[in-house]
Design a binder for this molecule. Structure first.
Ligand code: AMP
Ligand code: GLY
Length: 424
């Protein structure tokens, strides 16, 4: 079949890589894609938010399955537009993608259905938020309600910082309309784990866990980024944690969405904090994580097209997911120096051919483009270097070895991805 993937990052490169492994895949298209994806798929210059142009393209090119990787089009209702045009598409519709699109919605859902999460209050009025904060315990967490490129969360250590935060989110509207509403949330401590899952509206299948490194600098210091690297599985995601989450979080979330007449089909990403009192949901995303997809998908043994189709058709109960459980993966992101604040683009990248024909190594392109016949840097996160090993330490050593194979001006990476592995 012909397949269209919507998006342009490392996550979409990982999705396209899995699709290309399926004997069911004929022609693969990616809109808009990037220079790495172009090795496996035909990239088409249509933006992810151009829903009508994407539908027209899908119809004209006999696309039988569309897979949406990114949050913005999902929250904006791309699935509804495709379905209305009679096209098969993998991802939540607009009513379900609100699970990521509104943090106030997801907090209210968890409260109503007793899903473990941090205590919170929602506010639409900055004055009321400040009055509440005057009585609060610090540190405390402020979250813009809507999508904010992963930057709409502020951790405030005292009232002064919190008042400034309210101004940033609700009055200066630093994150635009995402700040029309704000969640004020209890500060939790513990280890963070990302768990991705496939969902068909009723049934949920859990993928191997991953652990992200969101901060820009070594030692988990500096500003939050989209993710500087990660590893899978997380050794901290124990059987006990898994049992708790299966009992109180995963199916409960799917059932809650169905009960709210918002049945969720697609990927639910559970951002969990493993606190002393047990796992708590920090956030939901309605899509694969980036770079979580780069360490989780390469070890998936199932034909991913079968899984996508089972989700669309509501028969995920017929599928058991299988991962290469005797292997682990580590991804180190090569970024442009200065990311996430400001950075230059357009530098030629050399050495990419070193990855050709090496099964255990992946060079996922996140922000690359073609310029004058060369592959050049085209974003803050440029490449995700992933290696597979027999355990996390071997995978990490291989991933760092491979970071040396490519070079470009202003190349920056964290040198301590996976440091938590040594604590086990
Ligand atoms: P989110 O976009 O909700 O994942 O938040 C971004 C990051 O902020 C998370 O990965 C955590 O590191 C941190 N965070 C979010 N909520 C809390 C919380 N309630 N307590 C402590 N840290 C939090
Ligand atoms: N790596 C975190 C995310 O995709 O939101």
């Amino acid at each position: 079949m012909n397949i269209l993937v919507v998006g342009s990052g490392g996550r979409e490169h990982a999705i396209v890589t899995q699709i290309a492994r399926s004997p069911k895949a004929d022609k693969i298209y990616c809109a808009p894609g990037n220079a790495g994806i172009a090795q496996l798929a035909e990239c088409v210059p249509i933006g992810a938010m151009e829903f009508d142009a994407l539908v027209t393209f899908a119809k004209e090119h006999d696309v039988q399955l569309t897979v949406v990787g990114m949050d913005d089009p999902l929250v904006g209702g791309i699935v509804d537009v495709f379905e209305a045009a009679g096209l098969r598409v993998f991802g939540p519709n607009k009513a379900a993608a609100i699970l990521e699109g509104s943090k106030a919605f997801s907090k209210d859902l968890m409260k109503k259905y007793n899903i473990p999460t941090a205590a919170y209050e929602n506010f639409t009025d900055p004055g009321e938020a400040i009055a509440y904060l005057k009585t609060a315990r610090f540190p405390i967490v402020l979250k813009a309600d809507g999508l904010a490129l992963g930057k709409g969360v502020l951790i405030c250590n005292n009232l002064q910082e919190a008042v400034a935060g309210v101004k940033t989110i609700m009055q200066d509207k630093k994150f635009g309309s995402a700040g029309n509403m704000m969640v004020v949330e209890e500060f939790l401590t513990g280890r963070e784990v990302s768990v991705l899952s496939f969902v068909d509206g009723k049934t949920i299948r859990i993928m191997d866990s991953a652990q992200d490194h969101k901060r820009a600098y070594d030692g988990d210091e500096g500003p939050n980024t989209g993710g500087m690297g990660n590893f899978s599985p997380s050794p901290f995601y124990t059987e006990e944690v898994d049992e708790f989450c299966r009992k109180y979080i995963y199916q409960a979330t799917v059932d809650a969405m169905a009960a709210e007449h918002r049945p969720f089909k697609g990927v639910i990403f559970f951002g969990l904090m493993l606190t002393e009192d047990g796992p708590r949901v920090l956030e939901y995303n309605a899509r694969f994580g980036d770079p979580e997809a780069q360490v989780v998908l390469p070890r998936l043994k199932n034909d991913i097209i079968d899984v996508f189709e089972a989700c669309i058709d509501g028969r995920l109960d017929e599928i058991e997911l299988e991962f290469e459980s005797d292997k682990a993966a580590v991804c180190v992101v090569l970024a442009s120096d200065g990311y996430p604040v400001s950075y230059e683009k357009g530098f030629p990248i050399s050495g990419l051919e070193a990855f050709d024909g090496k099964d255990d190594y992946y060079c996922f392109h996140a922000g690359t483009a073609f310029k004058d016949g060369q592959i050049v840097t085209n974003g803050g996160r440029v490449l995700g270097i992933t290696a597979i090993g027999s355990d996390l330490k071997e995978a990490r050593a291989k991933a760092y070895e491979a970071t040396g194979w490519v070079s470009f001006d202003n190349k920056y990476m964290r040198t301590d991805i996976g440091h938590a592995i040594d604590e086990v």
